[in-house]
Write a protein that binds this ligand. Structure first.
Ligand SMILES: Nc1ncnc2c1ncn2[C@@H]1O[C@H](COP(=O)(O)OP(=O)(O)O)[C@@H](O)[C@H]1O
Ligand SMILES: [Mg+2]
Length: 233
């Protein structure tokens, strides 16, 4: 299978004054196109840091990151933001939608950054919102939507430029279990019907078990990999 994410011996340190905090320690991880992978681990184990590097939001301190065949470890911010815009969709626990801006505009924004004309971007935004079951809430602002609805908008936004990869950092963490279930079903749909490569960080062992691979992080190291695929619905 075609490799899409190749993290090779990735280390990440943060510095507090003179003190080096080693947050990721020699992580190597390959994800193939079309895989659905869960990342689990205690709070503080480095999951979001790994996600930020995988999503080109941050750079490793050392190691190589080959994304879709291109070494992006040392690229500059401007190049990284272009790669993010084209290749990666992000979904966060707290939705990260733009306030006082309706759902259509939230979803259209990554397309506008990519240079797509406004009318075309709006048209596609409406289609994407319809796909996630938000056709009747398209003109609502985030503060007029429930948590589950906000997350649907965020998922539609993550699909704006039809990225190969979706990175979701605890996307159900702020939702009740029924709403979380619906959001998880949407990820399964994108995986199954559109062949998206999905990496999902979750605290839920049940949701993790539904993914094809489950990778456990502990203190910045990958300590376990299991096979999942136990889809119960
Ligand atoms: N920008 C930063 N500066 C300093 N320490 C950080 C920074 N980001 C994360 N950390 C630390 O890295 C560790 C892992 O954080 P994180 O990746 O957010 O873990 P998780 O998502 O698994 O809860 C934590 O101890 C956190 O305090
Ligand atoms: Mg986190």
């Amino acid at each position: 299978m075609e490799k899409i994410i190749e993290l090779q011996d990735i280390c990440k340190s943060f510095y507090l004054g003179d003190e080096e905090l080693k947050i990721l320690k020699n992580i190597s991880l390959t994800v193939c196109k079309g895989e659905f992978v869960a990342i689990v681990g205690a709070s503080g184990s480095g999951k979001s840091t790994l996600m930020n590097i995988s999503g080109a939001l941050d750079r490793p301190t050392s190691g190589r990151y080959i994304l879709a065949g291109q070494d992006i470890s040392q690229l500059q911010d401007k190049q990284l933001s272009k790669i993010r815009n084209q290749k990666i969709g992000f979904v966060f626990q707290t939705f990260n939608l733009i306030a006082r801006t309706n759902a259509i505009k939230n979803v259209a924004l990554p397309m506008l950054y990519a240079g797509i004309p406004g009318s075309k971007a709006n048209e596609r935004a409406k289609q994407l919102l319809a796909q996630v079951g938000m056709a009747d809430r398209m003109y609502h602002n985030p503060n007029e939507l429930s948590g589950g609805q906000k997350q649907r908008v965020a998922i539609a936004r993550s699909m704006a430029n039809d990225p190969d990869i979706i990175l979701a950092d605890e996307p159900t963490g702020a939702l009740d279990s029924t709403t979380g279930r619906m959001i998880m079903d949407l990820f399964h749909k994108l995986h199954r019907e559109q062949g998206k490569t999905i990496i999902l960080i979750t605290h839920s062992p049940r949701l993790a078990a539904e993914c094809q691979r489950i990778i456990t992080l502990k203190d910045g190291e990958t300590v376990k990999e299991e096979r999942g695929g136990r889809i119960c619905c």
